[in-house]
Write a protein that binds this ligand. Sequence first.
Ligand code: COA
Length: 182
Amino acid sequence: MAPFELRTERLLLDQPVAADVDDITRYCQDPLFERFMTVPVPYSRRDAEYFVSRHVPDGWASGTEYTWALRVAGSQDVVGMIALRTARPDLGYWLGAPHRGHGYMTEAVRAVTGWAFRSGYERVEWECVAGNLASAAVARGAGFGYTGEGPSVLTFRDGSHPHSWHGVLPAPDGEPRPWPGP
Ligand SMILES: CC(C)(COP(=O)(O)OP(=O)(O)OC[C@H]1O[C@@H](n2cnc3c(N)ncnc32)[C@H](O)[C@@H]1OP(=O)(O)O)[C@@H](O)C(=O)NCCC(=O)NCCS
């Protein structure tokens, strides 16, 4: 698939490019990424260059993973990243620390899942390492239903499948399972 843009009320979702490498490198130093994501640790500029020049284009070309950079409309600066991995399919996302707390990721998740359903996907899964309340709040806010806890489907950098929270969109019919946390 050829990469394409998505727009929301406040955001442009488009391709991460070479000009984003410094910002991606800086944001990926966040200790939360080591705890909650599968990115390399330590994360180097070379990792960001590989991500932008190989990982993202290969994902689009092969149809395995569609990745968008989040930019606040009117600015060229990247504030975060969202990816739809097509095999399950499921979502991955992160925001640079200074850009959290504005609802940007919930808005981006709605845009990407909306596109997925219009394109024929019937469900989109989500998971996070148990305890990642911020990620769960995004999934919940975007309409996912909580389906329970268990090992992650994703393999982490040490080969483990950490205890994780799982959800799905559309939320399953019937009595909703309460989300963990407050
Ligand atoms: C997960 C992560 C992207 C969530 O970031 P976030 O800023 O909390 O998410 P959003 O951009 O959707 O913002 C939602 C928050 O903004 C607030 N907000 C402010 N204005 C808002 C608006 N217009 N609409 C919706 N929410 C708004 C909400 O109250 C919410 O805060 P709350 O969860 O405390 O109630 C971020 O914590 C992160 O990058 N973490 C590290 C990487 C990670 O864990 N990724 C997920 C792996 S599974």
